[in-house]
Design a protein around this ligand. Structure first.
Ligand SMILES: [Mg+2]
Length: 142
């Protein structure tokens, strides 16, 4: 299954790095969409079929937190897998995001970090646990 992925980050350079990383980590990619803040991200969600959103926290106009709240409160998108990619280091804030059903990846990240997070969010359904997702030798699990 090819994944349509939405990358939301106010830094164009960071979006480019994330997209490059996605292409490196062996995930079957469909369309990749970009947005530079949460509001733009929501607008993309309303127009396109998205399987997974990778979302920054600190952005102008609408932050990642706000975007995730909107997603979770809208029955159309409530179950959308979300991975937060951020420099955020506050444990409390990270805990809050995880409670909202988001996976968290620290910047800077490696392709393995991204792939592991995606596997937990999507491919993780196949293993039933996080165990085994450290093994990158046998290709994607989804
Ligand atoms: Mg930012």
């Amino acid at each position: 299954m090819a994944l349509n992925i939405l990358v939301v980050d106010d830094s164009m350079v960071m979006r480019t790095v994330i997209i490059k990383t996605l292409k490196m980590c062996g995930i079957p990619l469909g369309e990749i969409y970009q947005a530079s803040n949460g509001l733009e991200g929501i607008q993309v969600l309303e127009k396109e079929w998205i399987d997974l959103a990778l979302v920054d926290i600190n952005m102008p106009v609408m932050s990642g937190d706000e975007m995730i709240d909107k997603i979770r409160n809208d029955p159309t998108f409530a179950d959308l897998p979300v991975i937060v990619i951020s420099t955020e280091s506050s444990e409390t804030r990270i805990e809050m995001l995880i409670k909202k059903g988001a996976e968290f990846v620290h910047k800077p990240f490696s392709p393995e970090n991204i792939r592991r997070a995606i596997s937990r969010k999507i491919g993780g359904l196949d293993h039933g646990s996080d165990e085994g997702t450290d093994d990158f030798g046998d290709g994607p699990d989804f």
